[in-house]
Design a protein around this ligand. Structure first.
Ligand SMILES: CC(=O)N[C@H]1[C@@H](OP(=O)(O)OP(=O)(O)OC[C@H]2O[C@@H](n3ccc(=O)[nH]c3=O)[C@H](O)[C@@H]2O)O[C@H](CO)[C@@H](O)[C@@H]1O
Ligand SMILES: C=C(OP(=O)(O)O)C(=O)O
Length: 451
């Protein structure tokens, strides 16, 4: 396993506090590599292969470390070159891991639940630790467990984690998801590709990261078709090989830097950002008043000067405006003229990070009603899932604590936009999904200390 470090090749430990001297626009060029929400899944897929796999464009983020550790516990040989971004995974000697070792990974990320199908196929049983991930809602795993049961798995919930077996093997089935969950769709794919017979999933999520996982599985020998009506069909096969694949870029990281450019009045070229995966974000960015230029290698995002415009926005599953883009963009909306409305329809509790923004002078109110669009699943319940942002407001420096991955990056953007010296605590959480972000801040001319 490769521990996450301050910079590629630099193994000094990092502190958890960043002091930011804000108030200056970010200017310059940075690179984003592979998508956190794809790379981790492609790593799990390697467990299904009879031979080694090679994944390229792999970023040095903590979620890669976590999944590497879990794979190693199961006997997979992991060899990661962070400079080249090449990850080699050899599953030739997959074995059951010690339960105590697995439990030690409790709370580390949400990826362990995706080990179920591959381990059941490989070993006939799976031990899964309690999941982690961002606390932005309840995040139940009922769809995952229902899917696994429908394939024929027996699920035993324990005081810590879950234990699964498949005494009669796993068999293709017909499933309809009540909501197009990304994780549940991936669960189904990783289980169906080697199940006996045909599986059909209606109501599937079709995020670009899922499409790239399908690319990987097809390279391994799987037979998968995707219809335009969110129906995915998989014909199970007896054996899958390893794969060689280059990850798609991280569209969430790219949008986060774009939002930082807008909030600070700056100009950032994001090498590795790609247009097709960011259509919904680019439309919104333009409506707010940001400008962008797309070329073959990336996208330049910049604030053209003048006022930004307020907007009405709803987060949604792909191809809509994704929820993970919401938090960084809200910081930019504090600088837009007028009232913006943001309706979060994917997670019921993703506005907690606005408390700190209010403390910095932003005018943001959160409501339990579905504002600005259609009613969503959270409407008749007690969740503060709509926000009204009134701007522009001058942000003031403050001492803030990182609540979660995207909320933390948003706080960082706010600190960079605010005049004066802010302290941002708990920034190692940001390492979970933003590669070398302090180096990128330096490249963009930010003034801060991390030591
Ligand atoms: C590692 C990773 O890829 N994380 C992403 C993934 O999370 P993740 O796969 O966890 O998100 P889901 O798409 O599954 O969740 C969407 C909604 O479905 C609900 N749900 C989900 C599963 C379930 O069994 N029951 C249930 O009710 C969730 O509570 C949530 O309200 O997709 C999200 C939506 O694009 C992104 O925000 C996350 O960054
Ligand atoms: C919610 C996120 O990730 P995770 O599912 O890993 O918590 C995210 O990347 O914004």
């Amino acid at each position: 396993m490769v521990p996450h470090h301050r910079a590629i090749g630099d193994d000094r430990p990092m502190t958890d506090l960043l002091s930011v001297n804000g108030g200056s626009p970010l200017h310059g060029s940075i690179t984003v590599r592979g998508a956190k929400n794809f790379v981790s899944k492609a790593m799990v897929a390697s467990l299904l292969g009879t031979g080694p796999s090679e994944l390229r464009n792999v970023p040095q983020i903590r979620d890669v470390d976590v999944v590497s550790g879990l794979l190693e516990l199961h006997g997979v040989t992991v060899d990661y070159d962070p400079v080249a971004g090449v990850l080699k995974l050899d599953p030739s000697n997959v074995e059951s891991a010690h339960v105590a070792d697995i439990d030690a990974h409790a709370g580390s990320s949400r990826i362990p639940i995706l080990f179920c199908g591959p381990l059941l196929h490989r070993l006939g049983e799976a031990f899964i630790p309690d999941l982690g991930g961002c606390r932005i809602g309840d995040r139940p795993i009922n769809y995952h467990l229902d899917i696994l049961r429908q394939f024929g798995a027996q699920v035993d919930k324990r005081a810590q984690g879950i234990h699964l077996t498949a005494p009669n093997g796993l068999h293709g089935t017909k499933i309809s998801l009540p909501y197009p969950s990304v994780g549940a769709t991936e669960q189904l794919l990783l289980t169906a590709v080697r199940a006996h017979g045909v599986t059909e999933l209606a109501g599937a999520a079709i995020e670009p990261e899922i499409m790239d996982l399908i690319n990987v599985l097809q390279k391994m020998g799987a037979i998968i078709s995707v219809d335009t009506d969110r129906v995915i069909r998989i014909e199970g096969v007896d054996e899958l090989t390893g794969y060689r694949h280059t990850s798609l870029g991280d569209r969430i990281e790219a949008a986060s830097w774009a939002s930082a450019a807008l909030a600070t009045g700056g100009d950032i070229y994001v090498k590795g950002a790609t247009q097709p995966e960011m259509t919904a974000f680019l439309n919104t960015f333009r409506k707010v008043g940001g400008q962008f230029e797309v070329d073959d290698e990336g996208i330049r995002f910049f604030h053209p000067g003048g006022d930004l415009s307020s907007i009405v926005l709803e987060t949604d599953v792909h191809p809509g405006f994704m929820t993970d883009w919401q938090q960084p963009l809200v910081v930019a909306l504090t600088q837009a003229k007028g009232l913006s409305i943001v309706h979060e329809t994917v997670y019921e509790n993703r506005f907690g990070f606005t408390d700190a923004l209010r403390g910095m002078g932003a005018t943001i109110q959160v409501y339990k009603e579905c504002l600005g669009g259609r009613p969503c699943r959270f409407g008749q319940r007690n969740f503060l899932h709509s926000a009204v942002i009134s701007g522009p407001t001058k942000l003031q420096a403050a001492d803030i604590e990182v609540p979660d991955l995207r909320g933390g990056f948003s706080h960082l953007i706010a600190a960079l936009a605010a005049e004066g010296r802010s302290t941002v605590r708990g920034i190692t959480l940001i390492d979970r999904g933003y590669e070398a972000f302090t180096e990128k801040l330096t490249a963009l001319g930010a003034s801060f200390d991390r030591d």
